[in-house]
Design a binder for this molecule. Structure first.
Ligand SMILES: [Zn+2]
Length: 662
């Protein structure tokens, strides 16, 4: 079984800080059970865990025959249906008591899972289970690996320690997230301090006793302030608040997480967690991932330096000083990058909001998928966790067959997960006509999206379709249950679609009254995209190599390591700041795996080559992509899927060409 050890079931966007009605042809997809009170969560949790124990006993006693794998997968599916909806509530439910009850339940499930992954009876049965074909064998390989990673084959004392560590890690990880989610940081600004920030961002915000505007550090407040506040002091306050969001407590948690993961890897004879964690991924080990990152670094190092020079020049001009007299600070990066993009390329991210109202933008991105992949999204009325959440039934356009269910939660609110992510809540299993469900969670401004945010929306939708359009035999192999350094490929592939005029024309199909984005603006956006590429990849390189160092051979303390590594970058480290305290990715399921964004981007850019010749919406290519890459989920190894789709081996040509392009 693909248990995500210490992991979470969400697939996130990369860190850019510093920057029911029945359908024809099939039954309506099963809606998520929604729990509206803490006692309801507790009752469902008790009932679910009890049922899981009973089913497990039945499975343990079951004869190992030709249908054993199916029975094993039934258990997997049961667990998804029982555990995931409860787990998910802790990230999105508007009621704090419900979130806290979900948190407590989540730890009980973590305890169940860590025991499950050490279940010798199932492990032995799995070894003997008859397999009919390559898909069955792939299921057995992945499931055995998950048991082994859970410690089933360790001597008893170590096995016990593995379980202990695993449970402790779940708790530490959860606390890390909670500290960020509940931070509730607020900053008060006099109107004059917000000079340059679009009024729409702050005019409806609450005021304090002195009449100052009170802003949070949620994206719809943070991003415009960082990109448009004229006063450096305003940007600095906002930036410092965000970068310290996790607080001192999270630095300590991250140190504990790193130490415990290291000890965990040690139980398996590994000197570090990175090598342990990567051995079943495309990269295979930490050294290979680091070598790849070095190649990225050398391709962008000059670009990164020249970006900083350009930023310094822009700051000097803005302040009427000589370039030697100014220093570019971290809180300057977004502001001057946007300023240069406005001046050189006449591109203003804020200017896109008028063309991209949130609901219509969502409809547009769904239309893109419909055109490309031959599917249809139909709004459905099902119960959700918040009145503003939208729900869609996904069906096959040609046959009308029901394929899956998609939830979309668009706007920020108190206590909600504050980044952009997709939760695959239910996996496909064709053997039992099981349809998948995903939830897409973002935090957009009600005024509209910038082009950057449209990219984020497509990225997340890329994860959602990976779940929704999967057609695997077994639930345990559904959609996104691929190697973790491949999982960001389908999402990142689609980001590029927003820079295509033909694609953007679909906006008028879903919103005839929306003003079309002028072609010239898109040309300018494409030209402007090249600027600050060095800084972007430089930053991603820092995140990825920091993550590998934290979980690498040498035992490191989170903050001093960060101070050293960020200190070696062109913009340096800012004393008093603690970025790692908010780096939830690496405290959670992306630990020793953040490099996967860049690794997957190589594959994403290679996948894009199939859509060239100006036709990103080509339905034949799109359908092949859906069937081969998305449809197979984890039932074939990722490199095989890419080879089958591209009809050649994958290579990094497109990626490095893009990096080196001036
Ligand atoms: Zn992602």
């Amino acid at each position: 079984m693909k248990m995500k050890m210490h992991g979470r079931l969400l697939l996130g966007g990369l860190v850019a800080l510093g920057a029911s009605q029945a359908l024809a042809g099939g039954p309506a997809p099963a809606a998520l059970p929604i729990y509206q009170s803490a006692p309801a969560i507790k009752a469902a949790c008790d009932k679910g865990l009890l049922a899981a124990q009973q089913r497990l006993k039945v499975l343990e006693r079951r004869k190992v025959d030709a249908s054993w794998l199916a029975a094993f997968d039934d258990f997997y599916a049961f667990q998804e249906d029982t555990q995931y909806p409860l787990d998910f509530m802790l990230h999105v439910h508007p009621n704090k008591a419900v979130r806290e009850a979900a948190q407590a339940c989540s730890l009980r499930w973590a305890d169940f899972s860590s025991s499950f992954s050490q279940n010798e009876k199932l492990y032995k049965a799995l070894k003997r289970a008859p397999t009919a074909d390559a898909i069955d064998r792939e299921l057995v390989i992945a499931a055995r690996a998950a048991f082994e990673d859970g410690g089933v084959a360790l001597p008893p004392s170590q096995r016990q320690r593995a379980k202990q560590l695993s449970d402790q890690l779940s708790e530490l990880n959860q606390q890390f997230d909670k500290n960020i989610q509940d931070a509730g940081i607020k900053l008060a600004f006099a109107e004059a301090e917000l000079k340059g920030v679009p009024a729409a961002v702050w005019e409806k915000a609450p005021r304090d006793e002195q009449g100052r505007v009170v802003l949070g550090v949620d994206y719809p407040s943070y991003v415009p302030v960082m990109q448009s506040a004229e006063l450096e002091a305003t940007r600095e306050r906002m930036w410092r608040a965000k970068v310290n969001e996790g607080g001192e407590a999270n630095l300590q948690l991250l140190d504990q997480i790193a130490a415990k993961r290291r000890e965990y890897a040690g139980l398996f004879g590994f000197s570090n967690y990175a090598d342990f964690n990567l051995r079943r991924r495309m990269a295979k080990d930490g050294a290979t991932a680091l070598r790849f990152l070095d190649d990225v670094k050398s391709a962008v190092v000059e670009g990164e330096r020249s970006d900083v020079r350009a930023l310094r020049q822009a700051k000097a001009e803005h302040l009427g000083l000589a370039p030697e007299a100014v220093t570019v600070q971290r809180w300057d990066a977004s502001f001057y990058t946007e300023r240069i993009r406005k001046q050189r390329f006449s591109v203003d991210q804020e200017a896109f909001r008028q063309y991209f109202p949130p609901q219509e933008s969502l409809a547009f991105t769904l239309r893109v998928i419909e055109k490309m992949m031959g599917v249809r999204y139909t709004p459905v009325k099902v119960q959700t966790w918040h009145p503003e959440v939208l729900s869609y039934a996904v069906s096959d356009a040609a046959s009308g067959t029901s394929l899956g269910l998609l939830y979309v939660d668009l706007y920020p609110r108190e206590g909600k997960y504050n980044h952009a992510a997709v939760w695959p809540l239910r996996s496909s299993a064709t053997r039992i006509q099981r349809t998948p469900t995903a939830a897409l969670v973002v935090n957009f401004d009600r005024q509209g999206l910038t082009l950057d945010e449209m990219e984020t929306l497509l990225h997340e939708l890329g994860h959602a379709v990976h779940n929704n359009l999967s057609a695997t035999r077994y639930a345990a192999q559904g959609g996104t249950s691929v190697m973790h350094d491949f999982v960001e490929a389908p999402s990142q592939m689609l980001e590029d679609w927003v820079y295509d005029k033909q694609v953007l024309k679909l906006m008028q199909e879903v919103c005839p009254s929306c003003k079309p984005v002028p072609d010239a603006l898109i040309d300018q956006a494409v030209a402007a995209k090249g600027f600050a590429k060095g800084s972007f990849y430089g930053r991603q390189h820092l995140y990825a190599s920091y993550d590998l160092a934290l979980y690498g051979s040498e035992l490191q303390q989170a903050l001093p390591l960060w101070v050293r590594m960020e200190g070696a970058t062109p913009l340096g480290y800012v004393p008093g700041t603690m970025f790692p305290a908010g780096f939830a990715h690496i405290a959670g399921g992306y630990g020793a795996g953040y490099y996967g964004y860049l690794w997957s981007l190589v594959l994403a850019m290679d996948l894009r080559t199939a859509f060239q010749n100006g036709n990103k919406l080509n339905p034949e290519v799109g359908k092949r992509y859906r069937d081969i890459v998305l449809g197979n989920g984890g039932q074939k190894p990722a490199p095989e899927l890419v080879r089958e789709f591209l009809q050649r081996d994958s290579n990094s040509k497109a990626f490095f060409e893009e990096l080196r392009k001036p």
